[in-house]
Design a protein around this ligand. Structure first.
Ligand SMILES: NC(=O)c1ccc[n+]([C@@H]2O[C@H](COP(=O)([O-])OP(=O)(O)OC[C@H]3O[C@@H](n4cnc5c(N)ncnc54)[C@H](OP(=O)(O)O)[C@@H]3O)[C@@H](O)[C@H]2O)c1
Length: 425
């Protein structure tokens, strides 16, 4: 017996919204599972209607009143692709509260309001799905909640921000400065006019909050997740902002490269989580992840390690995850957390993974060095010192942060500071 169509309202007709609309209009048969209802697009909300029409969005479906579209009796399911905090959060909560399933790609809203939205969805007994919010087209949340549900997750690690990875890759391979490559990335559409959310790590923090919810059952407060690497005298600049070409060049001579890694690990009864530029083996899976590609690794028991890599952004790739979630709703499946227990410790604080001893990489440019560090001192201090033409590279053994700072401090003149990058292999 054929099922009644599910009437879909899409909020947002931008990079992702346009592709989702295209999929719904051009491939209705592909989007109808044998055990699911057909999907029918009934409305699209945006602000600039003229531009949306010029982009080929059918005029009779367009409205600039998203709240009306959510409340309309002929809207069965809402797809939120506007982005930002408000009005997206209110519209999602209103739809869920009214018993209408919601699909979103909005990592900011899910990370910042996850505990409340999970509570509303569970109370109303409706599906809240957000696969597209992490790593665009890469299926990662569904597998964590379903296929890997029999495991105990030991660690989640990932390169989850394409913009910052594009910049670091280009700095490494082209040898050009951060500023020059950022300008190129903006011209190519890989970076926003205001790139802070990407390059300072907030976007990756949001994704890590969502990954940790699925992997460990807790919502972490985004503000509690560190995104500044330590430096010898304090803390460096957030995300990749402080990474220099000369540090990358020296790292390459040691077989390392620097990537912005988001990591969450159960630790001391909580979750240790951070988004930090980290030194990784250049020939390893993370080191080989270049450009806008994302890669996420899950280490779990009994599984071992599984890695997923692919397009972490872009309208077409992200629409794959949004449309997949819509098909799941049409098949009567529940929320992204599937059969996992309700989150405990809503919006708890992340622990600091840098509290645990680890290996460190630092590079002191020749111009900034107070005096060379003698080899015997290096040995005594448990570090490998490599003199390069441009300065001195230091790789420590497993040390806590204060011990690592004490090794590099003697060669830094007054007023000079360098970043200590965790080595993550
Ligand atoms: N782009 C990606 O690669 C990607 C990947 C994964 C996840 N996401 C997430 O997907 C969401 C959408 O991203 P996007 O790149 O498609 O954004 P975008 O290109 O900026 O498009 C946003 C759309 O929402 C509409 N909109 C915004 N505020 C509105 C309001 N108050 N009322 C009505 N319409 C409003 C905009 O309308 P006007 O243009 O008419 O103002 C536009 O059509 C975000 O949450 C983003 O984080 C994006």
């Amino acid at each position: 017996m054929s099922r009644a169509p599910l009437r879909v309202a899409v909020l947002g007709a931008g990079t992702v919204g346009r592709e989702v609309v295209r999929g719904l209009l051009e491939h209705p048969e592909r989007l109808c599972a044998t055990d699911g209802a057909p999907l029918v697009l009934t409305g699209i909300a945006c602000r600039n209607l003229a531009r949306a029409r010029a982009d080929g969005i059918p005029a009779d479906l367009l409205t600039d009143a998203p709240a009306h579209l959510v409340a309309a009796p002929d809207t069965d399911v809402v797809v939120e692709l506007m982005g930002g905090d408000e009005p997206a959060r209110t519209l999602i909560a209103a739809a869920l509260g009214a018993g209408k399933p919601v699909v979103t790609a909005n990592k900011h809203v899910v990370a910042h309001h996850g505990p409340d939205l999970e509570a509303v969805a569970r109370r109303a007994g409706v599906a809240f799905r957000f696969e597209a919010a992490v790593a665009g087209g890469i299926p990662i949340l569904g597998p964590l909640a379903s296929d890997l549900a029999a495991n105990s997750v030991r660690r989640v690690r990932g390169i989850v921000n394409g913009t910052s990875n594009y910049i670091l890759s280009a700095m490494t391979h082209d040898g050009r400065s951060y500023a020059a490559i950022l300008a190129d990335a903006q011209a190519l559409g890989y970076a926003e006019t205001d790139p802070a959310g990407d390059v300072e790590g907030d976007d990756a923090v949001n994704k890590l909050v969502i990954l940790a919810r699925l992997a460990f059952g807790h919502w972490l407060g985004p503000g509690s997740i560190g995104r500044r690497p330590p430096s010898v005298r304090g803390w460096g600049r957030p995300g990749i902002v402080g990474v220099t070409g000369i540090e990358l060049e020296a790292a390459a001579q040691l077989g390392l490269t620097i990537k912005l890694l988001a990591t969450a690990i159960p630790s001391r009864g909580g979750i240790a989580a951070a988004v930090l530029p980290s030194a990784v083996p250049a020939d390893g899976p993370f080191g080989q992840t270049d450009g806008v590609t994302n890669r996420i690794e899950i280490e779990a028991e009994p599984l071992g390690t599984v890695g997923l890599a692919g397009p972490g952004a872009g309208g077409a790739a992200t629409s794959s995850a949004v449309l997949g979630d819509l098909m799941a709703v049409a098949r009567g499946l529940t929320s992204t957390w599937a059969g996992l227990a309700p989150a405990t410790d809503p919006a708890g604080s992340a622990a600091d993974p840098l509290d645990d001893p680890r290996r460190w990489y630092a590079f002191v440019p020749a111009a900034g060095m107070a005096s060379p560090l003698p080899a015997h001192a290096a040995q005594r201090n448990r570090a490998v010192i490599t003199e390069l033409g441009t300065g001195t590279a230091i790789r420590t053994q497993t040390l806590n942060l204060e011990e690592a700072r004490a090794i590099v401090a003697p060669i830094l003149p007054e007023g000079v500071d360098v970043t200590l990058y965790p080595i993550d292999d």
